[in-house]
Design a protein around this ligand. Structure first.
Ligand SMILES: Cc1ncc(COP(=O)(O)O)c(C=O)c1O
Length: 397
């Protein structure tokens, strides 16, 4: 009998591990812990949005939409961008509707970068960007944020080489909760101009911030022609399972993104595109309410964490708190072991900080909490963490 090799995964797929964030959700479920790990709400989506989806299904909008997005959604999005972001975008030439910002980022990378192109990624970073680079053949250069999780212009400049083609920016930022300020953004844009770089901005938390309205990178001088904005409905409308996202690209790059999107997924769910189109027409009161609710959740969690002895800053946006747990670690314990211990001992699941760093050692003392949860959920989590912290022996390392 000839020896037949065992089937194996591709070398490319072997280059990255399963998502730690999604794994922590399974660990939480297995232990009956409160899941403050993965970034999704435990509260219902807006009633009017669900009604709009039901109507679309009843109207038999069940077949493929136009691959790059239903005209109704692209039109509604262009109008929304004019009203809420102050930018004019042609829906026919610059908007591609995709299956969530997740697909948006990989379609953008595959559509505009060549294998071997280098891409700068400020670190810590949302874990998907690593596999996105591997799948698209781009070489990531991770550039640590400076003290206070600030963009570091000198470090970014020093990381630019002859093959650098793009920078990934995520603001409001997961996992740190930073909303990058004027000076940081202007510095980054100058870098892009100086070196002719593209900017891939992940603005998925654009409506969840506490420091004033979001300013899209498309508004920065001269950036319109070199910026691809990735965003979507998941976070704004509390529908992470609907998989409706978008990419706004310069006209010259749109066909690259659209062709990749077409062959990856054909299109985003047709009836849900119609529902999101309706939601984009809601007035500003919806966003004021969303922000007020998230502010209350943030304040509850940050206060509770600080009272329990966790070291953290108050986030400016998104719905995460990054906490330094150095004082809680037992000798030899790292963030992953600590996160598992917190599930077992306190009944609260978080994400180990190392999943946001290229070198896990750099995230060894951090964990991330998500507060996209009902106030009752957060109250119970805070109660559990307080009880757990009060039973601990005096701090170790
Ligand atoms: C920074 C960032 N980008 C993208 C996503 C995924 O967005 P979507 O559900 O639209 O794929 C997340 C989800 O947590 C995120 O934190």
């Amino acid at each position: 009998m000839p020896i037949v090799p065992t089937p194996h995964a591709s070398a490319r797929a072997e280059c990255f591990v399963e998502s730690v964030i999604r794994e922590m959700t399974r660990v939480a479920d297995a232990h009956g812990a409160i899941n403050l790990a993965q970034g999704f709400p435990d509260f219902p989506a807006p009633e009017a949005l669900k009604e709009a989806a039901v109507e679309a299904l009843r109207a038999d909008i069940n077949q493929y939409a136009v691959t790059w997005g239903a005209p109704s959604l692209r039109g509604a999005l262009a109008e929304w961008l004019r009203r809420r972001r102050g930018v004019e975008v042609d829906p026919d030439t610059r908007i591609t509707i995709v299956c969530g910002a997740t697909e948006g980022m990989i379609a953008a990378m595959l559509g505009v970068l060549d294998p071997g192109d280098e891409i700068l990624i400020p670190e810590p970073f949302y874990e998907n960007y690593g596999p996105d680079c591997i799948l698209s053949g781009a070489q990531p250069r991770f550039v640590p944020l400076a003290e206070g999780f600030r963009l570091d212009p000198e470090a970014l400049e020093a990381a630019v080489g002859p093959r650098t083609r793009a920078v990934v920016l995520n603001t409001p930022h997961n996992p740190t909760g930073r909303v990058f300020g004027r000076e940081e953004i202007e510095g980054l844009c100058r870098l892009c101009h100086r070196h002719g770089l593209l900017l891939l901005t992940d603005e998925i938390y654009e409506e969840i911030l506490y420091t004033g309205p979001h300013r899209t990178l498309l508004l920065e001088e001269g950036m319109d022609e070199r910026t691809l904005v990735v965003s979507g409905a998941s976070k704004t409308f509390s529908v992470t399972g609907w998989r409706i996202g978008w990419v706004i690209s310069p006209e010259s790059l749109t066909s690259g993104v659209r062709k990749v999107h077409d062959f990856l997924t054909v299109g985003a769910p047709a009836p849900l595109q119609e529902a999101v189109a309706r939601a984009l027409a809601w007035d500003d009161a919806f966003y004021d309410g969303l922000r007020a609710e998230y502010r209350a959740r943030r304040d509850l969690l940050v206060r509770g964490l600080q009272e329990a002895g966790f070291r953290c800053e108050t986030p400016e946006g998104a719905y995460y708190v990054m906490t330094d747990v150095a004082s809680f670690l037992e000798p030899g314990e790292d963030d992953a072991a600590f996160a598992l211990r917190l599930v077992r001992e306190a009944g609260v699941a978080t994400v180990p900080g190392s999943s946001f760093f290229a070198d896990p050692a750099r995230g060894r003392t951090w964990i991330r909490f998500c507060y996209a949860k009902r106030l009752e959920t957060l109250e119970e989590a805070v109660r559990r963490l307080g009880a757990w912290a009060s039973q601990r022996p005096a701090c170790s390392s």
